[in-house]
Ligand binder design. Structure first.
Ligand code: SF4
Ligand code: SF4
Length: 319
């Protein structure tokens, strides 16, 4: 006899694939331990830097039943955003993180996630769902690991065995009872390439990233006209985000190009000089980065980052 829960689970995973997701896995909705404890330790040690929103209600963040009462399952999906272009060698070029070369992934993935939620409700008519693309009170990475999509690398990103770490994650909490996947092993082994390659020593110990020193936090999340004290650091020409720890990861040699044209680099994503960003007008910024993740820094933020890169270049001549 066909197990109805297994059959519904298989159909949800198949719907996820049809919607373009690269992986789909399912975990039991329960309190995340020890992940929740690790989050608290990370917060206590101040490694979240100025991301005060992360301090809000960490208990809720680590227990999906606090977000969706009656939640039984967590569906985790990934979307491959790898494109074969490589970052420019020329230090005069402003480097933009790979995930931000194309369109904003929230805009691309949210309609698909909503469609997957609808599919869950069709298959389990009384089910409730809450879906999030990176923005909700859910620990997407921890759920992706529990759902067997990949393991948490020492650089803090989820690594999949067949596509590496160039994947976006999205999460659906649901009251539907589903079959659960088993987490896969951690395949980092004795490798320390990401830790060794980080130019700002932002990985003080394996699996711990210190946002105070991490270039994506400093160039994207941190607001303000200046970032005092960063002359001593070397951002290696990264003006928006940083891919160094993922670029050096051996598992990313398994990356396969995404078929998603929305994630392909927009013109000038890979050849804009730092000096050109400094003189870029507001209109050009809005035109180039409309519906791009780079819009998050705003015009003033990107120009601030350009000024910092030029100051770092003056300070130690390496960018
Ligand atoms: S993103 Fe860049 S700065 Fe942050 S840990 Fe990785 S290599 Fe270091
Ligand atoms: S570079 Fe090595 S240690 Fe770092 S995440 Fe990849 S496999 Fe793990």
């Amino acid at each position: 006899m066909v197990n109805p829960v297994a059959s519904v689970t298989a159909r949800i995973k198949s719907a996820a694939r049809e919607l373009g997701f690269a992986h789909a896995g399912i975990a039991r909705a329960e309190a995340l331990e020890p992940e929740g404890m690790r989050l608290l330790e990370w917060l206590r040690s101040g490694r979240h830097a100025g991301m005060a929103y992360m301090e809000r209600d960490p208990r809720r963040r680590s227990d999906p039943r606090e977000v969706l009462p009656g939640a039984r399952s967590v569906i985790s999906v990934s979307a491959n955003y790898y494109t074969p272009q490589i970052h420019p060698e020329d230090a005069a070029i402003a480097r933009i993180s790979r995930y931000a070369w194309g369109d904003d992934y929230h805009d691309v993935l949210l309609p698909r996630l909503r469609a997957l939620e609808e599919r869950v409700k069709e298959l389990v008519p009384d089910a409730e769902t809450r879906g999030y693309v990176d923005t909700g009170p859910v620990m997407d990475k921890a759920w992706a690991v529990r759902a067997g999509i990949g393991w948490l690398g020492k650089h803090g990103n989820v690594i999949t065995r067949d596509r590496g770490s160039w994947v976006f994650l999205a999460t659906i909490l649901t009251t539907a009872a589903l079959e659960y996947d088993v987490p896969i092993a951690d395949f980092c082994g004795s490798c320390t390439r990401c830790i060794d390659a980080c130019p700002t020593a932002a990985i003080p110990e394996p699996y711990v990233v210190d946002a105070n020193r991490c270039i994506p936090y400093l160039t994207i999340e941190l607001k303000g006209d200046d970032i005092p004290g960063v002359e001593d650091m070397d951002f290696k020409s990264w003006i928006f985000g940083c891919d160094i720890c993922q670029d050096v990861c051996p598992w990313n040699s398994f990356a396969v190009p995404s078929g998603e044209t929305a994630f392909a680099p927009r013109p000038r994503s890979l050849d804009t000089r730092i000096e050109d960003v400094l003189v870029m007008g507001g209109e050009e910024f809005r035109e180039r980065f409309r519906k791009s993740p780079v819009a998050r820094t705003k015009h003033s933020g990107l120009r601030r980052n350009a000024r910092i890169l030029l100051r770092q270049r003056e300070s130690h001549g390496s960018t």
